[in-house]
Design a protein around this ligand. Structure first.
Ligand code: HEC
Length: 113
């Protein structure tokens, strides 16, 4: 019981940053799907979150990020799992560098153009 309470506390302490907490900069973003988003997703997510992934390693069928429309549809969840200080995706061991996660946050916050 005590262990459960501690586990709950720990998960609260690491509540993820949400997309609505991260404003698009006033000047907007220069990042686009073509210049940034597609490559980020291909490099870090598509081995599991693609319709053509050989083995999805347990990634849910309804979370695939093959097109810009897929990304728009799941933008809030992609943000919570992978953008800025959120690092629960990809599940590792290879992690995108922090500046790439910051770019992902800006791009998503600006509507993923
Ligand atoms: C090695 C395989 C793998 C890679 C790579 C991967 N994922 Fe996942 N993903 C999973 C698995 C397994 C689950 C289901 C378990 C879970 O939710 O933690 C999942 C679930 C998700 C979900 C649905 C659950 C939710 O919180 O809404 C989202 C969104 C997600 N991943 C985003 C991403 C993003 C964004 C990337 C790339 C930055 C990524 N994943 C890379 C395996 C992967």
């Amino acid at each position: 019981m005590k262990r459960l309470a501690l586990a709950l506390l720990a998960s609260c302490a690491t509540a993820p940053l949400e997309i609505q907490d991260y404003p698009c900069p006033p000047q907007g973003t220069t990042l686009t799907y073509a210049s940034f988003g597609q490559r980020f997703i291909d490099t870090n997510c598509s081995t599991c979150h693609s319709a053509s992934a050989g083995s999805r390693h347990g990634a849910p069928e309804n979370f695939q990020f093959d097109t810009i429309e897929d990304v728009h549809h799941r933008a809030d969840r992609i943000f919570v799992r992978a953008a800025a200080t959120n690092t629960s995706m990809p599940p590792g061991p290879v992690d995108p560098p922090p500046d790439e996660r910051d770019k992902l946050a800006e791009w998503l916050a600006c509507g993923a153009p």
